[in-house]
Design a protein around this ligand. Structure first.
Ligand SMILES: [Zn+2]
Length: 164
């Protein structure tokens, strides 16, 4: 490969990694770095909970593949209003996690999709294992603390494994 064509290849890659601005192409959804099972395991360990097979796992629904109306119908009962836009949320009655996967959102809030999934898994564990009511403000602060596990990739990589 010539020097110039190598440069073009690098540039093409750089452009591919940027969110499409005005190209008219759909923006590629952001992806998880870790397997959801690993994230759930890590969250459970952090919350001192042992996952039990008889407790149904939540369904994960990504914004890019789920109509807004489905999210609105699901969350309206819990929030007692119908939000006009998507949000990350755990819907207790349906045992569903709704996750935004628009990369621009994650750039703006400087967070990863893994952190957001860890946060919603924390709410799932609060409800199904700790008998918590999500209306309790401590649920939100605890979930924010747990999601930090996935803010640092090196910690996140080993977070699900038993220690010692
Ligand atoms: Zn929350």
């Amino acid at each position: 490969m010539s020097h110039l064509s190598r440069l073009y290849a690098v540039l093409a890659l750089a452009v591919a990694l940027l969110p499409a601005a005005d190209a008219g192409e759909p923006v590629q959804p952001i992806r998880l770095q870790f397997d959801p099972a690993h994230i759930l395991q890590a969250v459970a360990r952090r919350m001192n909970v042992t996952l039990r097979p008889e407790i149904p796992l939540p369904t994960i629904l990504l914004q890019s593949r789920t109509p807004l109306a489905r999210f609105q119908d699901a969350i309206a009962v819990q929030w007692k209003f119908r939000p006009p836009v998507y949000s990350n949320a755990y819907v207790v009655a349906r045992n569903e996690i709704y996750l935004m996967d628009d990369p621009a959102y994650y750039v703006r809030i400087k967070r990863s999709l893994d952190e957001s999934l860890a946060h919603e898994f924390a709410h799932y564990i609060q409800v199904h294992y700790l008998n918590a009511d999500l209306a309790d403000p401590s649920c939100e602060s605890d979930a924010i603390a747990v999601q930090a596990l996935f803010a640092t990739p090196t910690i996140a990589a080993t977070a699900g494994s038993p220690q010692g």
